[in-house]
Design a protein around this ligand. Structure first.
Ligand SMILES: *Cc1c(COP(=O)(O)O)cnc(C)c1O
Length: 294
């Protein structure tokens, strides 16, 4: 049975109250749960409930079971991995998105979704000083974007690969030894295999070494492999080092391989003119990714 509009209003108010309280009190809560592994799973029913429960009981379960077993990423003292603090306006926006529940596979399947995405991508590109002619799209994660990049690079290298897959070609991908693990995962998903990823040594400032990159590409060509893509990282996840993108772009152009600038971690800093210089050379990339929430 559908929840009545009045019940929705009532429970909605208590959920908003919960979130407001959360933001008010989050600083006093522990970031890491004290739960033992398996404790939450053991406290849940082994099969899905057959009978409905009142919303009050479900919200009480959320407080009693789920919150104490949650690592609080949206906490001012959360400093693991990367900061992804969602703002109160963002939380409200998520609620509105959930209400409209749109799919954007075509313009007609939701004109607002398509056009809002295109306009805000343009804003983001402008903030970062990226070229006017670029267009962008939203992916669920930068790792997913990386799979699409390798597919696009493969299709540019071999138009028939869209139908035939890798065919006889043995593609290779280049990145620094500090590049994110998405490079390996994308190579696995694309059927190139993890061995196709060439992790190039870094210098004393943790930047990809150009001579080693050029030598590795040459050796691979000599061995009958097909160099496909160079991933240059602007802001490595471990140490925030920046690969020499302008020089890497020259190698990519000479070798006719796709240049992907991975600015997932560091790119958002370029919104500030003080850090804009870190994106130098990105305008020469075939594709570029940034995680604004990082
Ligand atoms: C986090 C990160 C990624 C992957 O981003 P996800 O959105 O978590 O998939 C890729 N590259 C770098 C440099 C990162 O820091």
């Amino acid at each position: 049975m559908m929840m009545s509009p009045d019940d929705f209003r009532r429970h909605g108010h208590s959920v908003v109250e919960w979130v407001a309280r959360y933001f008010e009190t989050v600083r006093a809560r522990p970031v890491l749960p004290r739960a033992a592994p398996g404790e939450l799973a053991a406290s849940l029913p082994t099969s899905a409930p057959e009978e409905p429960e009142p919303m009050e009981a479900i919200l009480a379960d959320f407080d009693r079971l789920i919150v104490p077993a949650s690592t609080l990423w949206n906490h001012p003292s959360f400093h693991a991995y990367f900061a992804i603090s969602a703002s109160p306006p963002g939380v409200l926006a998520e609620t509105l998105c959930a209400a409209l529940n749109m799919n954007g596979m075509l313009w007609k399947s939701s004109p607002a979704l398509t056009e809002l995405e295109q306009v805000t991508m343009r804003w983001l590109a402008d903030w970062l000083g990226l070229p006017d002619g670029w267009s962008g799209m939203t992916h669920d994660t930068a790792s997913t974007a990386g799979v699409h990049v390798l597919a696009a690079a493969r299709q540019r290298a071999d138009a028939a690969s869209r139908q035939r897959g890798n065919g006889a070609a043995r593609y290779t991908v280049y990145c620094s030894e500090l590049a994110h693990s998405f490079v390996d995962k994308a190579a696995i998903v694309m059927g190139f295999g993890q061995e196709a990823v060439r992790r190039i040594a870094v210098d004393d400032r943790f930047r990809m070494q150009l001579a080693a990159l050029a030598q590795t590409i040459a050796a691979d060509r000599a061995a009958g492999l097909t160099p496909l893509c160079i991933v240059a990282t602007v802001g490595t996840t471990a140490v925030a080092s920046v690969d020499p993108v302008p020089e890497i772009a020259r190698i990519a152009a000479r070798e006719r391989v796709w240049l992907y600038v991975d600015a997932a971690y560091g790119g958002a800093a370029a919104v500030s003119p003080r850090y804009r210089h870190h994106l130098a050379g990105s305008e020469l990339a075939d594709s570029f990714v940034v995680n604004p929430h990082k």
